[in-house]
Design a protein around this ligand. Sequence first.
Ligand SMILES: CC(C)(COP(=O)(O)OP(=O)(O)OC[C@H]1O[C@@H](n2cnc3c(N)ncnc32)[C@H](O)[C@@H]1OP(=O)(O)O)[C@@H](O)C(=O)NCCC(=O)NCCS
Length: 174
Amino acid sequence: MSDNTIFLREIERGDLPTINAWRADKALVGLLGGTFRYVGPEIDGKWFDSYLSSRAGNVRLAVCLAATRELLGVTYLLGIDWVNRCAEFSIQIGVESARGHGIGEAATRLTLEHAFGDLNLNRISLTVLASNDRAIALYEKVGFRAEGLLRQAVFKDGRYLDVVPMALLAADRR
Ligand SMILES: CC(C)(COP(=O)(O)OP(=O)(O)OC[C@H]1O[C@@H](n2cnc3c(N)ncnc32)[C@H](O)[C@@H]1OP(=O)(O)O)[C@@H](O)C(=O)NCCC(=O)NCCS
């Protein structure tokens, strides 16, 4: 995949219907650490307003296909700590047919470039379900390292699941 296949931009209010549809996709939410909830459009409106008033410490980016500008997914850098220079990364390629074509990797690398190169962060952490092989393979490929195992840390779909905390330091980038 060429580096120009996708680009990142900040999320905007017009993205909310697409993001809301992803929240309702149980198979997608099943791969994430968070709990499935039914979320109406008014709540998403408030969620976006809350992001606008907290963007000093949070970055929410849209992953778009360069050729069509189609919204394929999102990446986030949340809870930025400007003293310790760290933040929490997350990614979702919401369009299922776009997965497995290098887009997640490219979006992760572009977001990390922003985190380290523009925002001068030093440590990016994340958590991932221990069962999410695809995401773990991607994170290891770009240099994240596991930092232990959080046993039965989340309850999803009727059972407790293990979670792997991972982190990447600016000095570890691949
Ligand atoms: C996880 C996710 C971001 C990966 O992005 P992607 O575009 O599908 O993956 P890419 O095509 O960029 O592949 C990058 C690497 O991931 C791994 N990977 C990709 N598809 C895989 C699969 N089916 N099985 C195992 N590993 C896989 C490989 O290491 C791959 O590198 P390689 O092609 O050199 O082998 C994306 O699939 C996604 O958003 N899934 C749903 C939500 C999710 O799981 N988010 C992460 C929550 S922590």
